[in-house]
Design a protein around this ligand. Structure first.
Ligand code: 0GY
Length: 290
């Protein structure tokens, strides 16, 4: 089965920026290998294999120490590839899973023991079929006692309709990729201001300042137009931001980023050593390893 998107960069550059000791890549994936961990029949795209060994080699190459591996839609609710990667990480990876409404308490306990600390809800129709809100609320209530959080992936124009749902969740809520703003709009415009207000008014909402390669209109290698958006969140909410590569960049069809270049953006969005430490070490350690 051939992938229907570009394969990840074969030889990312060595970043000039050195991450602080203990840095965490807090958004990345493993895919397959399909021969062992088949992709979900209901998936909306077919990835190329991206193994745990390749992920851990990238981690070392980029100067990171830990990973947070996020279940992507192409594996559906089958978390076996994720759990396998966690089991082989030597304690240096945590996970965010996808689960169905009928997940048992035993399955949740097994995922917790494996290193899972969150569930992901995906609101992008191009990626996942609609799940009723009451089903998602029920899942959130089930995982809250485990100390897990909920990761949400949505696009900025959908935030008004999701606001009440997000703010009533009984857990920390981690937003993927800054809620996917349209970076062609002004940073002080109503769309991004709404997202900043969500974080301002709800201290349980965190954001990943990730994925310039998906959000940028100006494009590689510097993705300049995304920098002010990410920097605004880092400076305003320094204790509630996370950073990740998004390797292997599933479902990208225009270009494939050089992961070394993505790492070199970090000092532009977190300009001081103190902010870099919070973004890359303190925040992910508090959320995933405490
Ligand atoms: C990402 C982004 C994407 C894909 C998924 O679960 C997924 O399939 O999240 C996307 O296509 O924007 O964060 O991996």
């Amino acid at each position: 089965m051939d992938p229907d998107w570009l394969c990840f960069h074969p030889a990312p550059s060595t970043p000039r920026f050195t991450p602080p000791p203990g840095a965490v890549d807090a958004h990345c994936h493993v895919f397959g290998p399909a021969a062992k961990f088949p992709f979900a029949p209901e998936r909306k795209y077919t990835p190329c294999d991206a193994s745990k060994e390749q992920l851990f080699a990238l981690r070392d190459h980029l100067g990171f120490e830990r990973n947070v591996i996020v279940q992507a839609t192409c594996h559906g609710n089958d978390n076996r590839a994720l759990v396998d990667a966690l089991a082989h990480s030597g304690g240096r990876a945590r996970g965010v899973a996808s689960v169905a409404r009928d997940v048992s308490d035993d399955q949740l306990r097994m995922l917790h023991a494996a290193g899972v600390r969150g569930v992901r809800f995906n609101f992008l129709r191009r990626l996942a079929d609609f799940t009723p809100r009451e089903v998602l609320s029920n899942i959130a209530e089930r995982v809250a006692p485990l100390g897990w959080h909920v990761v949400v992936y949505f696009e900025a124009q959908d935030l008004p309709g999701l606001w009440d749902f997000f703010t009533r969740l009984p857990t920390t809520v981690v937003v993927d990729h800054m809620g996917r703003p349209d970076v062609g709009q002004p940073i002080d415009g109503p769309q991004f201001e709404r997202f900043v207000r969500l974080m301002q008014e709800h201290p349980n909402v965190w954001s990943k300042v990730s994925c310039p390669e998906r959000l940028s209109v100006s494009g590689p290698p510097t993705y300049d137009d995304v920098v002010p958006f990410a920097r605004r969140l880092v400076e305003r909410f320094p204790d509630r931001v996370l950073w990740g590569t998004d390797w292997p960049h599933p479902n990208l069809k225009s270009h494939m980023p050089d992961d070394g270049t993505l790492v070199d953006m970090i000092p532009r969005i977190a300009p001081s050593a103190a902010l870099q430490r919070q973004l890359l070490v303190d925040n992910p350690m508090r959320l995933y390893w405490s």
